[in-house]
Write a protein that binds this ligand. Structure first.
Ligand SMILES: *Cc1c(COP(=O)(O)O)cnc(C)c1O
Length: 373
């Protein structure tokens, strides 16, 4: 019988900090497709895939970290979780809180959450706390509350989040047979680039600073105890939005602004891990404009059949730009993570499309005539 995907904690159990007594809180996340982008491959004379993380249960990669973090919450017996969010973390936390049977509080920046993401937090019954501030302010509040009160923080500063997220790198290697030459992804709070770098290294039998984080009560098995699955690690190319590009500026940005709300973050929590991923992989973190992001979003939809949210398209916008700058070598294998589903924010996607509907009488003849058949 075909293998039925069991969720990433079960699939990669031996490489994650899970013990016999950890209740597995899962919605079947992970196992997302790697979809080729033939037009971009041709244009760049390379092999380009997108890792479609919008296929996760709540429509973003956040579910990878949330299954891990929420399972540890369930193990600890806490009954309330809290997170700050630009939208997808709250959507994911709210859904996994339902699965775990705990209460969920989300701290949201006022008026900057895409409608689909807000709807998810609402239907899953989270308690919504709106602040007159941005994501960075919200994270400070959530962190402080979790320090002094009985609420568990499930933002990506919770080290279990990165542990879950690293499995996306495992899946890329499992699918391609080895690590690609380049892995590209959007960078906001910088947890994901840190997690991929950890995952790729662990599959190559190496450790990173994040692997060795002392923050675990139940450490994952040492990756050096496994036979390596990959022979190499990729260059990590991280992409930010120009208006929210602290890594490009070399320090925090006070008032981040971008249409890609999921990466509208000025003071990334995983700063050191992301810098290590960039430097140790011989990679870079650069920025693209909002209009380049929206162009890439449209290109992916029209040419690859993949509808992603704006932040996700930053990776592909960065690839196009890198190609124009002559940074892409012939024949390279390149994977771009597209982090979230386009259906979460249809307003932004449609704002640049001319919507033409052609009206006819409700008959076959009228349709034949219109379509010239
Ligand atoms: C959270 C998120 C990001 C940013 O990921 P970080 O780990 O914060 O860098 C990018 N895109 C989407 C869709 C997200 O939800």
């Amino acid at each position: 019988m075909a293998h039925i995907w069991q969720g990433l904690l079960n699939e990669y159990r031996d490489r994650l900090p899970v013990s016999q007594s950890t209740p597995i809180v899962t919605l079947g996340e992970g196992g997302t497709p790697l979809v080729p982008v033939p037009t971009l491959s041709k244009k760049l004379d390379a092999q380009v895939w997108v890792k479609v993380e919008g296929m996760n249960p709540t429509g973003s990669f956040k579910d990878r970290g949330m299954t891990m973090a929420m399972s540890k919450v369930a193990e600890s017996g806490a009954n309330t979780v809290i997170c700050a969010s630009t939208g997808n973390t709250s959507a994911s936390a709210a859904a996994y809180a339902v699965a775990a049977g705990v209460n969920c509080v989300v701290v949201l920046p006022k008026g900057k959450i895409a409608a689909g993401k807000l709807a998810q937090a609402i239907v899953h019954g989270a308690r919504l706390v709106q602040i007159d501030g941005n994501f960075d302010d919200g994270l400070n509040i959530a962190r402080e509350l979790s320090r002094s009160y009985p609420v568990a923080l499930v933002n990506s500063v919770n080290p279990y989040r990165l542990q879950g997220q690293k499995t996306a790198a495992f899946e890329v290697v499992d699918t391609l047979g080895d690590a690609p030459d380049v892995h590209m992804l959007p960078v906001g709070n910088a947890g994901n680039i840190s997690a991929y770098w950890m995952g790729y290294n662990e599959y190559a039998g190496r450790t990173t600073a994040a692997t060795m984080s002392a923050d675990f009560d139940a450490a994952a098995a040492d990756p050096r105890d496994f036979a390596p699955v990959a022979t190499r690690v990729p260059r990590m190319w991280g992409i930010q939005a120009e208006g929210a590009a602290p890594f490009v500026h070399g320090g925090p940005v006070a008032n981040p602004e971008t249409v890609a709300t999921a990466i509208r973050i000025g003071n990334p929590a995983s700063w050191d891990y992301a810098v290590a991923a960039r430097d140790d992989s011989n990679g870079f973190i650069s920025a693209v404009s909002d209009s380049e992001i929206l162009d890439a979003q449209a290109l992916l939809a029209a040419e690859a059949g993949v509808f992603v949210e704006p932040a996700s398209a930053a990776s592909v916008a960065g690839l196009i730009k890198a190609g124009e700058a002559g940074l892409v070598q012939k024949g390279w294998k390149i994977v771009c993570t597209v982090t979230g589903n386009g259906l979460k924010d249809t307003a932004t996607a449609l704002s640049r499309q001319e919507i033409t509907t052609e009206s006819i009488a409700p008959t076959v003849e009228a349709a034949v005539e219109l379509l010239g058949l």
